[in-house]
Design a protein around this ligand. Sequence first.
Ligand code: FAD
Ligand code: MLT
Ligand code: ZN
Length: 481
Amino acid sequence: MTQMIDKRPDPEALSRIKDILGPKGWVDDADDLAPWLVDSRGVYHGRCLGMARPGSVEEVSQVLAVAYDAGIEIVPQGGNTGRVGGATPDDTGHQLLINMGRMNKVRDIDAANYTMTVEAGCILQDIQRAAENADRLFPLSLGAEGSCQIGGNLASNAGGINVLRYGNARDLVLGLEVVLPDGRIWTGLRRLRKDNTGYDLKHLFLGSEGTLGIITAAVLKLFPLPKERAAALVALDSLDSAVTLLEKARTASADALMSFELMPGFSLDWAEKHVEGAKQPFETTYDWTVLMEIGGTKMDGSAGVALEGLLEEAFEAGQVVDAILPQSEEQRAQLWFLREAIVEAQNREGAQIKHDVAVPVSLVPDFIRQANAAAIALMPGIRPYPFGHVGDGNIHYNLSQPVDMPVETFFAEQEAIHRAVHDVALSMNGSISAEHGIGRTKRDELLRCKSDVELDTMRALKNLFDPKGLMNPGKTIPAPR
Ligand code: FAD
Ligand code: MLT
Ligand code: ZN
């Protein structure tokens, strides 16, 4: 007989938590809570005891200490833009949501050392702007940057459109401040470029999706601000030319290539159809297009010259068949608007099944062809919509429902389709989550793609930091087979 564990919280502990936070730091009105209880895809809906909005690391520490003693489960939350359900509480109503939005100070910008120290609740776009005002670049950039928080970016090791040149979120961090599940504060806000003093603890929290502790602040790496950016939207003769062009562009620009994003030509039509202000910029619908951008360190047009030179070569070789080179900052911004718009366009086109795979870059064309064959074999009429960060070998291999197929029929096959697409990636030694994380959505798929040694080590680490299993339970780490 299984023993029923009563997870209802001790009312006294809850009232102590409310006292610590004060009225500014506590939300329990149903309407105010509603947007924070559903994930960004609208797949998961949860309930909670209330939402804590701590204003300082001390408050986070005190709240976690009380929760730890009382056995209250915690769900950390940033901007709630995650794609895998990691920030949504379960439906018991017994979990405490901790949203970091009030901890939004830039504590320090150190231009000389190319670092900045920020609190976890800072919106990513605000961080980019603050760096720019100091003539520096914070390169993490993604579609949700207007609302996601740096704590969420770091906890999910976000990627985005500049990984090719600057790396993932993990690569942009020098130090962290973290509150452990029992309330102890680890102050690791070092600004060092080199520090070989044993295990590098920060890397355990980066990408841990709220399962080991709460990130409250970080020291971020800054870079010289590119003085000019040269972008081009190009149409390719074939998918394989994406790989050839990428190689050429990296070499010709001496690796100043910042972004290299794949978009199927028809996604630009969908953007025009569904998203206000988006326009298919070509006169015809090509099979494959790439939006690429080179960042230049001088304001002498050399980035544009490098880009035009390599495109000329690619035209002559027949790999590029058409190109749009923006002549103003506004036109460049329009191309990036289009890249973001294709995500929303697919949402509006009907139900979708999403993937976020990585394979070695040179295998991306084969991956797409094999995944198309596998998905269409399972569901004739399904509409593959592969796009994304091809420069990193990261494809959002999304699929739209067949026209006229009922949504329930489409989703009935979701698990089989996930498995088939992931199998193609795994057969290439790829990953089932390149940048979105595991969360709730992909937790059990981990059982199929990690060895027992890897899974046991993950569980042992989780148990070491969080022996009571209170931090974001049910996310990221699958139960033993
Ligand atoms: P949330 O969604 O709130 O949380 C994400 C995870 O981190 C959860 O598990 C949560 O528990 C945990 N968490 C949050 N804050 C903390 C903290 N302070 N301490 C510990 N754990 C915490 N992602 C990409 O990688 N690349 C993209 O290009 C990209 N594009 C996107 C485009 C759109 C339109 C949208 C909606 C999302 C996109 N995403 C992308 C996904 C998402 O924006 C990122 O994963 C982002 O990093 C999540 O940040 P957040 O603050 O919203 O975190
Ligand atoms: C993107 O690259 O646009 C996003 O990661 C896609 C998404 O979040 O669905
Ligand atoms: Zn992406």
